[in-house]
Design a protein around this ligand. Structure first.
Ligand code: CDT
Length: 308
């Protein structure tokens, strides 16, 4: 059965003024260190190439488009793909995708160890709002800048392991993990940018947000008997703090590695994918134990309907 040393490459803050080239140089440094420590997969955060721009209200779409990539690999990211291929390390990272048809997505890709893109995911659960909100301490305009992902929750066999991706807010939704769990997923990679404070409730701070992040990632791993890698973009971006708390979780829900800083930081875990089998064949043997005749509401109904 397959073993793999997996690295979560947490990124510290990226300021508005930082170029893609500067960020890619930081990603390359983490890649080199991860390879020197035996990693064969490196996972970077959501929107890894830029600041978390959805916090800024931009009425001009020409300005919005400057945060998006029209091709991948792009000129700026090509050195990352080339170095990953030289080192024989698979990578996954998030970026803002502008398609030839003019559609905007919050996207993540995964490569094999030859630097070839083998999987693409577009974020399904977009948080935030469309219009400028005067009631918030800061904006969260993902619903304005991105379309909901149109690719669903797919998995790919990569280096002998069944892998899938999700992005940030997706990690809070059990449906995300279960859609991949039903395809036998063994590793789910999830990059995130989570503000350290709640823009609508100033009393909610970092401690609760880190707890909710752990809770979501650990339960998703356990309930689907899969490894989960959650990787933050952390630190203070132009005055706006993001949580760190990157973790690698095993199929029992235990945390194998945890970031201690809010800077560029690697976390590593030696993942033995044989460990997925026990949960998948016992308590979470879906074929034997699921009762789909009672789950109709999950897909036929979106919001709460109170009938009593
Ligand atoms: N990027 C992203 O999806 N962020 C959201 C913020 C929601 S507020 C808790 C997240 O789910 O972390």
């Amino acid at each position: 059965m397959t073993r793999m040393i997996i690295a979560g490459a947490q990124l510290g803050a990226i300021q508005k003024a930082d170029s893609r080239d500067v960020v890619v140089a930081r990603m390359l440094a983490l890649l080199n260190e991860a390879a020197s420590r035996g990693a064969t997969l490196v996972v970077y955060p959501e929107l890894a190439l830029t600041t978390f721009f959805p916090r800024w209200y931009m009425p001009d779409w020409n300005e919005v488009d400057t945060w998006f990539e029209t091709e991948m690999p792009s000129r700026a990211t090509l050195p990352l793909f080339e170095r990953a291929r030289e080192l024989g390390v698979a990578i996954s990272f998030g970026y803002a995708e502008l398609t030839p048809e003019g559609q905007h997505f919050n996207t993540s890709i995964m490569t094999n160890r030859k630097g070839e893109i083998i999987g693409k995911y577009r974020k399904v659960h977009l948080p935030g709002h469309v219009e400028y909100d005067t009631e918030r301490a800061f904006q969260h305009m993902e619903k304005r800048y991105f379309l909901p992902g149109d690719l669903g929750f797919n998995v790919w066999r990569n280096e002998g392991v069944i892998m899938g991706m999700a992005i940030c807010n997706d990690r809070r939704w059990p449906e995300t993990y279960r859609c991949m769990g039903l395809q036998g997923v063994e590793l789910i990679t999830i990059g995130y940018n989570t503000p350290a404070v709640n823009s609508q409730m100033s009393a909610e701070g970092q401690e609760k947000r880190l707890f909710h992040s752990d809770l979501s990632l650990q339960s998703g791993a356990y309930q689907n008997a899969s490894f989960v890698v959650g990787v933050a973009k952390a630190g203070v971006e132009d005055g706006h703090p993001l949580i760190g708390g990157s973790i690698i979780v095993d199929p029992d829900g235990f945390v194998l590695a945890r970031a201690e800083t809010e800077e560029d930081e690697l976390i590593l875990a030696d993942c033995d994918f044989a460990k997925c089998a026990f949960g998948k064949t016992t308590i979470f043997d879906f074929e034997r134990h699921r009762r789909v005749e009672h789950y109709g509401r999950i897909t036929s109904q979106t919001g709460v309907i109170i009938e009593v």
